[in-house]
Design a protein around this ligand. Sequence first.
Ligand SMILES: NC(=O)c1ccc[n+]([C@@H]2O[C@H](COP(=O)([O-])OP(=O)(O)OC[C@H]3O[C@@H](n4cnc5c(N)ncnc54)[C@H](OP(=O)(O)O)[C@@H]3O)[C@@H](O)[C@H]2O)c1
Length: 345
Amino acid sequence: MAMTRASVVGGSGYTGGELLRLIEGHPELELGQATSRSKERRTVANTHPNLRGATDERFVHPDDLEPTDVLFTATPHGYTKEQLPELQELADVVVDLSGDYRLDDPAAAEEWYGEHPNTELLEEFVYGVPELHREEMKDAELIASAGCNATAGILALHPLVEHDLVDPRVVLDVKTSSSAGGAAASTASHHAERSRVVRPYAPTSHRHQAEIEQETNLDVDITVHAIEMVRGLSVTAHSYASDSLEEKDLYKAYRGTYGDEPFVRVVKSRRGSYRYPEPKVTEGTNYADVGFAVDDTGDGFTRVVSFSALDNMMKGAAGQAVQCMNIALGFPETAGLEFQGMHPV
Ligand SMILES: NC(=O)c1ccc[n+]([C@@H]2O[C@H](COP(=O)([O-])OP(=O)(O)OC[C@H]3O[C@@H](n4cnc5c(N)ncnc54)[C@H](OP(=O)(O)O)[C@@H]3O)[C@@H](O)[C@H]2O)c1
């Protein structure tokens, strides 16, 4: 049977590199083209050394893109906002990893991401979290792969919303890694400045807050810290219930919501070093690990602490984008995403 051709705009970036790795290992896909303006004509493996021996492709300029079956756009916010109408001419399915089409509401999209020339296309995109939108994704032609912090936040909170367990105001604390900022260097990412930080870089708001609010209908207050990790992120969400809640209620909710999900694992153990979700366990995998703790405050409220951990470039970006594409094209949902991770790392 003919393979499905997949190309990547932004192939020289961090999530683009992960997409190329996943395409090379995917049983149904073959690599079409990978673009980079700055690395045009250089080999893919020169930029992504882990792909030595897997591909001898060279980067092409985005202007030289040819028609393809699937196009992944792993470009900074702003590129697909402008280019989507032309890109649609080239591919049957477009999966955009940027924030340009994640928000349904044109006013919210412009509030968080600036002026948008194609707001009428926002409603044509399916929001790329399969655990919430699997049915709409089948046969979808336009998918907006969700943000990394947003994916983790949404998956931590979704069972609480689905089972109507907590009050609507939630505080989210996010700890994230350096690769979340992409491959381009900045003063803040210079090794001497970035190494060993615990830096609150978005203390009171972050664009992903809007996605989490859109998908959960909760009022979300978010704080993001940059910490000493190359890959991965961890979310701790604090919510309150005016009813008394016990651990068994939370087990029931989380297992009920995620019991059949191939890429969400409920992690809550009584013993061992990894009793709660831990990003390093998910490195290189498409898993999101979620968990919870219950705190009886003694004054009539229950505090629910929800956790989520994932690899920002996998379940937070390229892996989830491939999972969405698998659903859209009718491939097995786990195709090309079976890597179980390593221990210890
Ligand atoms: N990093 C993460 O953990 C993560 C997670 C979820 C979502 N995302 C989103 O995914 C997208 C890519 O992120 P990233 O971290 O992979 O970024 P990155 O490492 O900075 O890579 C960006 C890529 O886009 C290309 N590019 C930049 N401007 C372009 C333009 N105007 N036209 C065409 N190509 C252009 C770059 O190559 P040339 O400049 O050489 O063309 C490069 O290949 C972003 O929207 C980001 O927000 C990232």
